[in-house]
Design a binder for this molecule. Structure first.
Ligand code: SF4
Length: 305
């Protein structure tokens, strides 16, 4: 997609003026992916945030992503262009609920998916993303009990790969959890040659059917290196833009129509421009919470998948 020239120039000028870098998630609108300096999944966005020299990080994603960038870069300004862009799954567990669960299982350590609030991360021993969750859990001694929050589907997938019996919080992504077996079968009947590649936020019933289960970054690597030409994709539909751009000779079919996260679509070019013009919305995390959450995130970043 070609971003209109006037927007390209306007946003480039603002970026230079403010000393900003734009990081965008794969689920963002195509025009936001095009104008961003870097597009990636949650893990690579967190890594990029630690590497950038820019004074201002504009995080085109949802709140927990901007919070993670701020937690890792307390001296930088981190802006979330659409303040209301949240993650319903992250809201499914509070720090208070997690503290209560820890009291029930004082022997357990807590692994939290990055799709969680700063307060929940601060209550956690380690964080993980969908790309490194298996490696993070494998890094924990086998006899150690683990509480995994908030995604029961990712937790189930990790348990199936590691053989670990984890205490799973019953949260889920309403977008991925909604994908039904019958929808996948209908799509497979329409495209019998296509490989089925899904995100681990899908239900165990769906991941059991898949040829590959990967994070968005993992899906991209999988389709790039696969000799196959057709793929049914079980994740948010914004990601198809990246896949088509990187593999123009391959075909991609979304597993369900309307596989869209409304929170990820709140950032448009005018919203991004206004964010840069006004320096809004600057993310803050109380220092006591930030310090603890940073430890959990740093431990994750030190583990190689
Ligand atoms: S796709 Fe799901 S997990 Fe990702 S931001 Fe949207 S609701 Fe949250």
């Amino acid at each position: 997609m070609q971003v209109p020239e006037q927007w390209q120039e306007h946003i480039a000028q603002l970026k230079q003026l403010k000393g900003a870098v734009i990081l965008a998630h794969y689920y963002q609108l195509p025009e936001i992916q095009e104008i961003a300096d870097y597009v990636g999944d949650s893990l690579s966005l967190a890594q990029k945030a630690t590497e950038t020299q820019a004074e201002v990080i504009v995080l085109c994603g949802v709140r927990f992503m901007a919070e993670s960038a701020k937690i890792l870069n307390p001296d930088k300004t981190v802006l979330l262009p659409a303040l209301e862009a949240g993650c319903p799954m992250a809201d499914m567990v509070s720090a208070q609920q997690l503290r209560a669960l820890k009291e029930e299982h004082p022997e357990a350590i807590v692994v939290s998916y990055v799709n969680s609030s700063a307060e929940v991360k601060a209550e956690s021993d380690l964080c993980c993303t969908s790309s490194n969750a298996v490696a993070v859990v494998r890094s924990i001694p086998p006899e150690q009990r683990i509480i995994f929050v908030p995604d029961r589907n990712l937790g189930h997938y990790v348990a199936s790969q590691t053989g670990r019996d984890m205490i799973l919080w019953p949260g889920y992504c309403p977008i991925h959890d909604r994908l039904q077996k019958a929808e996948v079968i209908a799509c497979q009947q329409e495209h019998p040659q296509a490989r089925l590649v899904v995100h681990p936020e899908c239900t165990p019933e769906i991941t059991a059917m898949a040829d590959a289960v990967c994070s968005t970054g993992g899906i991209l690597e999988y389709v790039k290196s696969s000799p196959d030409r057709q793929f049914i994709i079980g994740t948010e539909q914004g990601f198809l833009y990246t896949l088509k751009k990187n593999c123009p000779d391959k075909e991609f079919f979304i597993a369900r129509s309307g596989f869209s996260c409304p929170d990820m679509k709140l950032i448009t070019l005018p919203v991004l421009a206004e964010c840069l013009e006004k320096g809004q919305h600057s993310i803050t995390v109380p220092e006591m919470i930030r310090e603890k959450a940073a430890q959990a995130l740093q431990k994750m970043l030190a583990i190689r998948p």
